[in-house]
Design a protein around this ligand. Structure first.
Ligand code: ATP
Ligand code: MG
Length: 182
């Protein structure tokens, strides 16, 4: 049996690794789909699909999981929910079950008659891409939330500086009378 897990992995964190290990107890093979593959250099999606592929394959290799997760597939957005599942299927090997916690993705797969399972969440308050990006911007500890291969790759590609730069704005904030200047 083959499963599919779709995420944006911005970046790939320890929650993702744990969920993959858990899913591999239920399926023989797992396809890792990288969503919003065309987007990079934004606060929500700082890393390119290629960078995310490198993070994922390196973590899977180190953990001896690469053989059972041999397909890491970038999936661009199509901006048309009605055809999104067909788009995903056109890019991936055949799969029997989809793992997603996203309610919209779940709905779209169910409407196409595909089995959906909701993965359990591991320490969701810490192991979340949003929390990791926030910590990077604020200079807090983010390294403990991702596998060490991801720390190395983020550092190699200047990811911390990238996220801090794109979090800045060139807009002027006009103060109202009585406001205290930041
Ligand atoms: P973001 O905050 O940027 O949305 P995220 O942590 O939700 O990041 P995604 O790439 O959106 O990461 O995650 C894709 C899928 O990975 C989720 O739908 C969920 O099924 C799984 N996942 C994410 N975080 C965890 C976690 N802590 N434990 C288990 N599964 C997780
Ligand atoms: Mg998410």
């Amino acid at each position: 049996m083959r499963g599919l897990l779709i995420g944006r992995y911005q970046p790939f964190h320890k929650g993702h690794l744990e969920v993959i290990k858990k899913i591999l107890g239920e399926v023989d093979e797992l396809i890792v789909g990288i969503g919003s593959a065309q987007i990079s250099h934004t606060m929500e999606n700082p890393f390119t699909a290629g960078e995310r592929m490198t993070m994922i394959s390196s973590v899977l290799n180190t953990n001896g999981l690469a053989g059972r997760c041999s397909y890491i597939i970038p999936i661009n957005d199509v901006w048309n929910n009605a055809i999104w599942v067909r788009h995903v299927r056109s890019l991936t090997p055949r799969f029997d079950v989809v793992y997603t916690g996203n309610p919209l993705a779940k709905r779209l797969f169910i409407e196409e008659g595909i089995a959906v399972r909701t993965p359990v969440m591991f320490d969701r308050f810490r192991y979340s891409g949003t929390e990791i990006r926030r910590r990077i911007v604020q200079g807090a500890d983010w390294e403990s939330l991702v596998p060490e291969e991801v720390v190395r790759i983020v550092e190699e590609i200047g990811g911390v500086e990238r996220i801090r730069d794109i979090s800045k704005s060139d807009k002027i904030t006009f103060l109202e009378p009585g406001d205290v200047s930041p």
